[in-house]
Design a protein around this ligand. Structure first.
Ligand code: FO1
Length: 320
């Protein structure tokens, strides 16, 4: 039995803890794969940084800073401060001392020629996430945001938009730089083709989930997946629980609601990706061709998130 999850960063990481709990409490602990967004990836101060892979790895490894949702618990910022004293830009991106060890190891392995999927597996040896972590692609495919600054249109890196400008600059469009060359990472298409239950994590539908689906072949693989596909709404009570999906959805003309996102993903019978869609109790959604279930979607504990997974499976008649 193989459960595969398409996931972004903070929300996806928390969801994966629940999927791991669901699998292990059903005696299937070694059969979960996460395909993680790498559109947030960036090179800064010569280091290759993979925010969503690291949020997932640290969260599943039990060392995430739960307040921030990214980076290590107990982090210190001596190197960041010293870089700033040199006037080394960017100073607006928070690189923690413990986190830098991850970026140093990753950067050295990439420079030695290892693909990101091998690097991710190697880093995972230390943290034992308990699920297989796969980047969506081993190729660079970085999300950029088209904004207007001083009357001129520019594409800035997603991290600059998200961190430096707190998504406060109106986004005119999202562009995945490198998408035309990017291929699914080793193993991604094979895992999806062998998946019994595919879950769409409550991650940012635009800059995480759609970014993964846009990598050549992945959307088609999800459409052809042998098992059912069930998503969980990241919008609760008309707003994202964390993050800034509400700053992204209007850019692509999608309503910031559980129904809007469900319709954006669409039914597999209509070339979309969903067979089932879980929405929070306060929300309603009608999505043609998709079975909808309203239930509490606050991930208050791993056991509670695991119960969501059980309901998602039941909704589409999936038996372990
Ligand atoms: N998010 C911030 O809001 N501020 C930061 O300074 C910051 C630094 C950072 C460093 C490493 C890393 O892996 C993630 C980091 N993030 C930071 C989160 C990052 O912007 C993610 O892409 C978002 O959280 C969306 O997933």
């Amino acid at each position: 039995m193989r459960i595969t999850v398409l996931a972004g960063g903070v929300g996806g990481a928390k969801f994966l803890r629940g999927v791991r709990h669901f699998a292990s409490s059903n005696g299937r602990s070694d059969e979960v794969t996460a395909i993680v967004n790498t559109g947030d990836d960036v090179t800064m101060h010569g280091l290759r940084i993979c925010p969503d892979l690291d949020s997932v790895m640290y969260t599943l490894g039990g060392v995430i800073d739960t307040e921030r949702g990214w980076g290590r618990a107990g982090e210190t910022w001596r190197i960041k401060e010293s870089l700033a004293e040199y006037g080394a830009e960017p100073t607006w991106f928070g690189l923690g001392d413990l986190d830098i060890a991850t970026h140093l190891v990753r950067t050295q392995m990439l420079e030695a020629g290892y693909p990101l999927s091998d690097v991710t597996a190697a880093l995972g040896q230390r943290w034992q996430p308990g699920v297989q972590l796969l980047p969506m692609s081993d190729d660079r495919c970085e999300t950029h945001v088209v904004v207007e600054i001083d009357g001129a249109r520019r594409a800035i890196h997603f991290q600059e938009w998200w961190v430096r400008y707190r998504a406060g600059l109106p986004a005119l469009a999202f562009v995945q730089v490198g998408l035309d060359q990017a291929k699914p990472a080793a193993g991604v298409l094979e895992v999806i083709a062998g998946t019994d239950l595919l879950l769409i994590a409550p991650s940012n539908p635009v800059v995480s989930i759609d970014t993964i689906l846009n990598v050549a072949g992945i959307r088609e693989a999800v459409l052809a997946a042998p098992g059912p596909v069930v998503g969980l709404s990241p919008i609760i009570g008309g707003a994202p629980v964390r993050g800034m999906a509400d700053a992204c959805l209007p850019v692509i003309g999608v309503e910031t609601s559980a129904q809007g996102v469900g319709r954006f993903y669409g039914a597999r019978a209509a070339q979309g990706i969903l067979d089932g869609w879980l929405v929070h109790t306060e929300d309603t959604a009608v999505v043609d061709g998709v079975a909808v279930l309203a239930r509490d979607l606050y991930m208050s504990s791993d056991a509670e998130t695991a119960a969501m997974v059980a309901d998602a499976a039941a909704l589409v008649g999936f038996d372990l």
